[in-house]
Every structure is written in structure tokens, then in C-alpha cells.
Design a protein around this ligand. Sequence first.
Ligand SMILES: NC(=O)c1ccc[n+]([C@@H]2O[C@H](COP(=O)([O-])OP(=O)(O)OC[C@H]3O[C@@H](n4cnc5c(N)ncnc54)[C@H](O)[C@@H]3O)[C@@H](O)[C@H]2O)c1
Length: 335
Amino acid sequence: MFARSAARKLAARQFSTSAARNINVTVLGAGGGIGQPLSLLLKLDPHVTKLNLYDIRGAPGVAADVSHIDTASEVEGFEADKLEEALEGAEVIVVPAGVPRKPGMSRDDLFSTNASVIRDLATAAAKVAPKAHLCIITNPVNSMVPIASRVYDRAGVYDPKRIFGVSTLDVVRASRFLAGIVGGDPADTPVTVIGGHSGETIVPLFSQTPAAKRITGEAYKKLVHRVQFGGDEVVQAKAGAGSATLSMAYAGAKFTNALLRGIAGEKGVITPSYVRSPLYENEGIEFFASNVELGPNGAEKIYPLGQLTAEEEEYLKACKDGLKKNIQKGFAFLD
Ligand SMILES: NC(=O)c1ccc[n+]([C@@H]2O[C@H](COP(=O)([O-])OP(=O)(O)OC[C@H]3O[C@@H](n4cnc5c(N)ncnc54)[C@H](O)[C@@H]3O)[C@@H](O)[C@H]2O)c1
């Protein structure tokens, strides 16, 4: 039996806690491969008071199911025509809505379908819950964040600190893959991952993790490649049934928990996220993932990258070229 104490223990292991505060979270795309396990994990997060689940299909069923879990939060499901109701009172909105990849597809191949989804959902969010923190999981993240940002800007409610691209899965993979080589608990091998969230725009800074320093040459290149293209392993293994859903739900819940702790006033909550950033703005790259300190106002502090090795500088160069194009493509969609 999955007793309340077991649920608490799981929640405590899964999520760090801090001072309680009422927070409403809305998931847009809650019926999908990511949306369902993400909703489950958010139901276990003690920071969440009310969980609104929305999808164009299936959200009331997911909500009814998740609502029976014996944690304190209330859960409500919303039909396709109830988007605005689902957003009312939201302080955090998490978005895994849209189509995933099939074998042979890049994240950019999803652009035309998902750009409209993000435009429409951001338009509703900007209208109903303009101060909510918006966390975008939908791919290609590199282009979806610029689209949502411009939608908010045009609605006159843009606060760059409150729109996030969720790149946490890259951080999770980097830490897990590194631990797989050097041994030990991935919790002891955290890795900062910068840039964006697709292929060569993903740049893990292994030189900043002491345990990774002994990985050099071909082994280092293979490790970086695995972090950059780890998503392909899942897409291929699922053979047409989609991309990462369970590990992504975990990563999405982990990022949301960090944001909720920051909103609750916990200090020193720092994690990489793809946000509006001054770091390479003068090169035409307005959005960039680096370590960000999360607080009540969202991305309160953006950290510089620190020292990079010559190899990392090379990866960064390729990253910036790709990222710039992805950002321009996002903006161009709305022109
Ligand atoms: N950021 C990351 O690291 C990461 C990792 C994996 C997947 N993804 C992306 O997340 C997205 C979702 O993946 P999935 O595997 O859950 O896909 P899925 O097809 O299983 O689920 C997507 C859900 O979105 C819903 N949806 C579509 N349009 C909608 C709209 N306008 N409003 C509300 N809901 C809508 C669908 O009904 C479906 O339930 C994809 O774009 C995928 O590429 C991101």
C-alpha cells in the first residue's frame, strides 16, 4: 500500500522543501506523455496548493486520477474550451503541450506545429495570468521562448525574468552520464549546462565539475556528444512512439520545484535555465541558458559562465551560431 507516509517520503526525496506558501500551478498539455507523469510529480510537491490540468484532450481524466493521491493539494481538470479558466490564479504555468519527435526528426522539425501552439497558449496566459512564471518544455525550446516572449511583449506584459525554457533534462543527463563513468551518486556530480536545448547548442561545462577533470580526449568528446544528443537515444528506442517523457517529467518537476522554492523565498536556489540573458545580447543572442538564481521575481540573477577550456570555447562557438538562427526563426514566426 502506498501510504501517506510513503508518499511524503517519496516527495521529500524527490523535492527539497522550504517554508510553505500557497501556490497555484497550471499545466498546459497535461494529458500528454510528459504532461501525465509531470502532473503526478507536481501532485507530490508540497509547495503546490492547487494544480490545474489543461489539455485539448484528456485533462479531466488525468485530473480525476491524480486527485485521489493523498497529498494536500487540490486538483482540477479543464476541457479544451476552458483554457482561460485553467489559467485563472496561476502563479506558475508549465507547458509540455505540442507534438514530440519521431525517429529521424530534429527538434527544429517540430517548429511549424508547436510555434502555433505556444503562440496561442502564451496569448491566453498573457491575458489571464500575466504575472505568472511561464516554464516552456515544448520543443524547439530555443525558438519557443522567443515566441512566447514576443507575445507577452506585444500584450504589454513582458517581464523577461518570468519566462523560462526548461533545459533541466540536459543537466540531469550530464550529471547521470558523468556518474556512470566516474562512479558514485549523480547528486555528487552536478554539471552546469549552458547555451540552448538542442544538439550542438547544448554545452556541458564538465571542466567545472572536479570529478570530470580526468575525462579527456575521445572519452570527453563522446561524453559531450551523449549529452548533446542523448534525446536521440530515447527517440530511437521508442521507435516512433515519441521522445523522452518520464525523464522529462522528472526534469520538469525538478525545475518547477526549484522555482517554487525561489518564489517561497528560499535563498541560493541556482540552476541552469534558458532565459532572456545579457551574456551574448550584443552578438544578437537574446536568450541563453546559464546558471540562474530563482527568487520571488523569477530569474533574479543571471550568472556568467566562469572559466572555460579551449574545447568548451569551441563548443560555445558552434552553440552560438545555432542559437542565433533558432532565436531569429522564433521571432520571424510572429512577423
Ligand atoms: N524541454 C525538453 O527537454 C523536452 C524533452 C522532451 C520532450 N520535449 C517536448 O515536449 C513536448 C511534449 O512532448 P510529449 O512527449 O508529452 O508529447 P505528447 O504528444 O505525448 O503530448 C503532448 C500533449 O499536448 C497536447 N496539446 C497539443 N496542442 C495543445 C494545445 N494547443 N493546448 C493544450 N494542449 C495541447 C496534446 O493533446 C497532448 O496531450 C514536445 O514538443 C516535445 O518535443 C521537451
